[in-house]
Design a protein around this ligand. Structure first.
Ligand SMILES: [Zn+2]
Length: 229
């Protein structure tokens, strides 16, 4: 499509920023204002771990981009609703950070925390799967959908207290894929207590994975002073 056609489409069907809904040019993933607000939410890999009561994790390293707040939270919610702008944006940032901590060739496969089947049927493709697919493409590594299964029905996990999350996490189980000896990049959208990611990483290691790296677009960090709206 040429630029003139795209500009015309822009007028008729404006491209919108997932984080604030204002219309943006067709070639942008998010608006410049939100881009600046997101910079304020960038966090280091250790910011989340520093706030956890338990300090041992099954993954070799955690890779993340933003604190789950403000425009990053708005972006993740849009991602869950099936919008692709923030997803594209954050997948690129996450891939950049993955490249900073390891060579992509070290990763044998990209897997993801699978959504509940019922949600998948209701909303189509799972957002963690889409994020993992975008990240796999960025890193040029294979995406594997057969490593983990979610045996749960529809549960709104964010409504569960921390103790129940650990029980909920039991629902993630080994899939049929061959993980023996593989280094796996495990992807999710939000890391909260970490119980889901810990469970999935442990399942992969029990299946014989050599190593698991955790990659999450955002981390919910308790008691962190936030701005960004
Ligand atoms: Zn915006």
């Amino acid at each position: 499509m040429n630029r003139k056609t795209l500009r015309l489409l822009d007028l008729m069907y404006p491209n919108r920023c997932d984080c604030c809904m204002q219309s943006i040019p067709y070639d942008r993933a998010i608006c410049a204002d939100c881009e600046r607000a997101l910079q304020q939410l960038e966090i280091s890999d250790t910011a989340w771990a520093a706030k956890q009561p338990e300090q041992t994790f099954p993954w070799r390293r955690l890779v993340t981009v933003y604190a789950y707040d403000g425009k990053a939270k708005a972006g993740v919610l849009a991602m869950k609703d099936g919008y692709l702008g923030f997803e594209r944006w954050v997948a690129e940032r996450l891939a950049e950070r993955c490249r900073q901590v390891c060579a992509a060739e070290q990763i044998d496969a990209v897997a993801f925390v699978p959504g509940a089947k019922r949600n998948r049927l209701l909303y189509g493709v799972d957002h963690a799967e889409r994020l993992a697919a975008a990240l796999a493409k960025q890193l040029a590594r294979p995406l594997r959908r057969d490593f983990l299964v979610n045996t749960a029905g529809q549960i709104k996990q964010h409504l569960l207290p921390a103790a129940d999350r650990a029980i909920y996490a039991e629902r993630f189980q080994a899939g049929t894929g061959e993980v023996q000896g593989k280094t796996i990049l495990l992807v999710d959208d939000v890391l909260t207590t970490g119980s889901t990611m810990k469970r999935c990483a442990t399942v992969l290691l029990d299946m014989g994975a050599a190593e698991v790296w955790a990659a999450t677009a955002t981390c919910r960090i308790p008691d962190m002073p936030m701005n960004g709206g």
